[in-house]
Design a binder for this molecule. Structure first.
Ligand code: NI
Length: 133
């Protein structure tokens, strides 16, 4: 694939952030970091399409507060055909980390993720997606 060069003007602070990203993610160059960010943005855009994707929903919740674990399981059974695997880790006395591997139409996964992340008692939640075909 042909590579094209172009000039980029950035504020000093943004350039420092870019260099930090290069360092943390161990990219061989700034170009690789920029390519990564563009690809990432592209994947986000695909969410609106009804395309087949694979990904993971990450949830962190306090299992003492309400019955989050039961509610999560109930929701997952409703859409069992979208779920590949579930990993539940008791990360501390009160906190649980659940990683749910999913595959299906982007729109369906988004609805599921929003329902899970929106449950009362969920402290942190995120959906990560990638093209599966
Ligand atoms: Ni737990």
């Amino acid at each position: 694939m042909a590579v094209q060069r172009f000039g980029v003007s950035l504020k000093k602070e943004l350039l420092e952030k870019l260099d930090q990203l290069v360092k943390v993610r161990q990219f061989p160059s700034r170009s690789q970091a920029i390519a990564y960010l563009i690809e990432k943005e592209g994947v986000q855009e695909d969410w609106s399409d009804d395309q087949e994707v694979a990904g993971a929903i990450v949830l962190v919740y306090d299992h003492h507060k309400r019955d989050v674990a039961d509610e999560s399981t109930r929701l997952q059974h409703e859409v069992h055909h979208l779920i590949l695997s579930v990993q539940h880790i008791h990360i501390s006395y009160e906190r649980c980390l659940e990683t749910i591997a999913v595959k299906g139409k982007a729109s369906k996964l988004r609805v599921l993720a929003n329902r899970l992340i929106g449950m009362k008692g969920v402290e942190y939640g995120e959906l990560v997606m990638s093209k599966s075909v």
